[in-house]
Structures are given as structure tokens and as C-alpha cells.
Write a protein that binds this ligand. Sequence first.
Ligand code: BF8
Ligand code: SF4
Length: 626
Amino acid sequence: MSRKEENRTITKDGQLLLEKAHRDGVVTAWDRHEAQQPHCGYCEMGLSCRICVMGPCRIDPFKEGPQVGVCGADADIIVARNLGRMIAAGAASHSDHGRDLVEVLENVALGKGEGYGIKDEAKLKKVAAEYGISAEGKDVRMIAGELAHAMQEDYGTRKKALTLISRAPEKRRDIWKKLGIVPRGIDRETSEMMHRTHMGVDNDWVSILLHAMRNALSDGWGGSLIASEVSDILFGTPQPKPTSANVGVLKEDQVNIIVHGHNPVVSEMVLLAAGSDALLDLAVEKGAKGINVAGVCCTGNELLMRHGVPMAGNHLTTELVLATGAVEMMIVDYQCIMPSLGTVASCYHTKMISTSDKAKFPGMEHREFYPDNAREMAQTLVKEAVENYGRRGEIYLPVAPVDAVGGFSVEAILGALGGTPGPLLDAIKAGKIRGAAGVVGCNNPKIKQDYGHVTLIRRLIENDILVVDTGCAAVATAKAGLKTAEAARFAGPGLQEICGALKIPPVLHMGSCVDNVRILVLASALADALGTDISDLPIAGAAPEWYSEKAAAIGTYFVASGVYTVLGPMPPITGSMNVVKLLTQGLNDVVGATFAVEPDPEKAAVLIRRHIEVKREKLGLSSVKV
Ligand code: BF8
Ligand code: SF4
């Protein structure tokens, strides 16, 4: 193992597959990241602007060159506009994903979309009631139709507030009202952000950033929450299930299909097809012992949460998993799918399939999924994957999978607690659990893969802080063995006791990235039980290895919802000290929470522990000095 691989990832499978990839002549994200060095300093600081064609412009951070763009925008305006657009793109991504699910729900209501159905009728009725839709005298399809219609209205029509913000504590909603940042329409806030940041519209950097919070809230409490809830309605609300993680989940003697992307509307159908007797018989006929569906990234997390489907890896594993030579087919939908994947796959026998008209890739065959053809298309693809088994060359599966448990939806967590947040609050009050942290987000070649997630989370649980995680962070801790009930031995004595009593891991997998809002729904339940606001709770958020615009939106709706959030990589804002100060200090007086940036996870853990102890003290609970 060369030092180079060890510096790139803490994972054994990653290190060994990186070596293999290099032997095979495969170029990875780490190589391309190296080739990009040094990154453009103006862009890193958020000081370049290419919003209009009088530019592009840049501001000289050393004050020797221009201090304003051609239009007269200064560093504060340029940095705020860039950040605002970043958040808008993230909000649009999650929310458009939610829209696709609502369209499937609508199709189910119309009796179309063969293969899809209503799996969680109780949740359908509960969410419908939140939208003011009565279930009385209506069949399931009728309720589904009315709910789909009402949710579509949250996207577009003229409203004063999104429906599901009613789940946030009243005190929080009052803060939003006072600030004028109550999210109105999901599409509206994103559209307005693009408008405000057009040349010559909003040139008050504070006002741009306030709208950025509103835009992010329209994602968290709008598009993302709709995505999570409709996924539960269509595919079932997650309950704890055993699973496993790392590339060792691929099977030497089975047809391996990897699903990659985010929206379960494709991966659920692939999973369904892979279980069909006819295709299993065909696999046996072709010399395989079965058909193994595994995930990478968030659509993998969706399947893991609901079915215990194993996870081959997170974001930076997506190229490496192909280097095993053991993947017959990778089926992708959208988001976080590197355009390099087709090139990587061309070194092996892997067939690459794109499925969404919104997301096409070089080196992939495009086979579009619609609600109406999805079941049939999935069967066709799985059949092709089976037929590809015979073309497999040498394979390399150097590690054994690690056991994990996933499936901790809010309902499952409250269920484990006996139906109410009471026992969790009692444990927090007694100091057995000091508080809780939501650790979320990506991999980023700027940070050794999984080092940020695993180190931070280990330090938190050692100090009796319960961790919930999602997205690629959740896959990192699954690979690191922190997601089994036995992993409680890594926790401090108090958390260990609680995990033992409830038979839960110290790190709870809450799902994919759209599921981050599940964390806020849980936090709201805790705040409501205490009669307080989210910002008063001894909780924090962290995104130790974030890379994406979606993560920027998530971080922002966490902070706007009152959760102190520590980022690993620095966002491109250091070109404006005004923006930095507002986000890391000033927001405290505005929304009761701030961002912090700390790439070293050891130090980030100290920041979070300190924050939790301060909040404990303010609640009159025992506190220790960190
Ligand atoms: O939505 S954590 S790298 S896969 S953006 Fe992407 Fe980041 Fe992973 Fe899921 Ni989320
Ligand atoms: Fe330059 Fe202003 Fe145009 Fe940006 S909007 S590119 S700063 S002229």
C-alpha cells in the first residue's frame, strides 16, 4: 500500500481498489483533484462573478486590483450572490426530486404506474390530514390524488406559507415570521433567488442572505420533506433492518447490479425486478447463484433504509466499485453521479445505464424510466445485467462486508423509545446522554475519505452524544462498524447504557440526504415536548466532508431552523468578512444558531461538545466544561 492511497481514504477497500484502479489505468476523482491544483484563489474565496456578460469580474482580495465588478458590485455582494445561487441549486435539486415522487403518487392515484402503490396507508392519511384532506368516505387512491394535488400546490401556487412548516415548533415559526423568511412556494423561493441575484436586483448582501435562508427552508420543510414523506407513503416508512456495507457486499458468484443516484422511483423497481423468479432462473442458467442489488450514495440509502439492501460505498467509492470488475450493471438516476463513470466503466465489462431525461452522461446508455414503463424497463435492464454476467473478466473483492443496522426513521426512533420522545429527554436530563448531533453530507477529495465523518462521530459518541446520520456520512460509519448494537462499546458509559437498554446502535442511520429533514422533525418533537424552540436544545449538526450545493442548502436550513452546524470544507465566502461574520456570529441574534467551519474533525468534536454543554447549562441541566 503506498502512502498516497493511505492519504486519500481511511477505508481498506478504498485503498486497495485505488491501487487496482491505478494498475488498470483508471483515473479517479483524487487524481483529477490533484491535477486541478492550485485551485483558483478568487473562486475559492467567492470573489469571482460570471453572472453577466459585462464580466466575468473578480475582486482583488489584496486590495491592489479592482474592488468592484463592471456593474459596481463589491466583494460582499458578489460573495452573497454566489452563495445564494449555490443554495438555490441545492434546494432545486432536492425539491425537484420531491416533485418526481409526487408525480408517481399522482400516477398511482390515477391507477397508472404499474408496480408502484401505496405501502404506508397510515402515513398517507396522516400527511393528508396535515394538508386538510379528510379521509372519510374516500378510498386510498382518491386520498393519494388529493394529496398529490395539494403537494403540487406547495410547489407553485400563491401561498403565504408551505403546509408542512406546521411541524416546526411555534417559536421557530414566529422567528421566521418576524424575519420575513417564511417559505411560501418551493419553486418560488428558488426562482426568486435567481431573480434577486440577476445583475441589478438585490444588492444588499444581508437581504440576499436572508432570502437564502428562506430558499433553504423551502427545501428542508418543503421539497425535501415532501420527498421523504411521499417515499414513505409509496415504498414504506423505514424500520430498523440489518444490512452491510463496503465493496465486499458485491458477490463473487452472483450478478451484481449497482443502483446509484437519489430517487427511489428507479431503484425500487430494479429491486423488484431482481426478485422475479424468471430472472433468477435466467441468472442460474447463466451460471450465477443469484442477483445481488447493492447501492452507492443516496438511492442506495433509500433501499437500505426500507429493505436492508447493502451499500457498496459512498460518493468517492462510486468509481472504485467499478474497478472490482464485479459489477454487471450500474443504473443511475440523478445527482452526485460523476460524469467520469462511463469512462471508468469502459475499462471493465460493466454496462452503464442512465434513466432520467434530466440526467444523461457520456459513456452511458440512456433508457428512460416513466411511472408507466418503470416496471417493464427495470425487468429489461435486470435481464441485460444477467446476460452480461458471462462477459465478466477477473474480479477483485478484497474485503469482507461490515454488518450494520439501518432504518431509523422518526417513527422507528420514537417506536424504540416507546412511542414518545420522553425517555430520550429523560436520558438527556439525567446527563446519561449529553445531547445529540446530526452528521450529514458527502465525501470530498479535499478531506481523506471518511476520516472526517468517522473521527468526529467516534469522538461524539465517546462523549455520550447520540449521533444520527444520513447520506454519505451514514455510509462512512456503516463501513467503520459503528452501526451495530455492539458498537455501543465505543460509546461513553451513559450512551452505552441507553443503547444497551434500547438495543440500538450509538449511531442511527436516518436515511438519504432528503431525509435530513427527518432530523429536524425529530428535533421539533423534542422541542415541543420541552415547550421550547429547536435552538434551545443541546443538539448540533455537522457536515465534515461536504462538497455539494445540496449540502449548502441543508446546512442553511439547519441553521435557519436553529441548529448550530459545523462544516468541514470552507464554503467559498472568505472574500467577504462581512458575510463570514454574519454566518458565524451574527446569525445567532437572528435565528439562534450559526455556522462554524472546522476541517479538523478532532477540533470540530470539541466545538460541538462545547456547544451542547452551553445549551445544557442554559436549560438548567448539569453541564461540564469542555
Ligand atoms: O445527497 S451526501 S455526496 S450522495 S450530496 Fe451526494 Fe453528498 Fe453523498 Fe446523496 Ni447528499
Ligand atoms: Fe461583473 Fe457585475 Fe456582471 Fe458580475 S454581475 S459579471 S460583477 S458586471
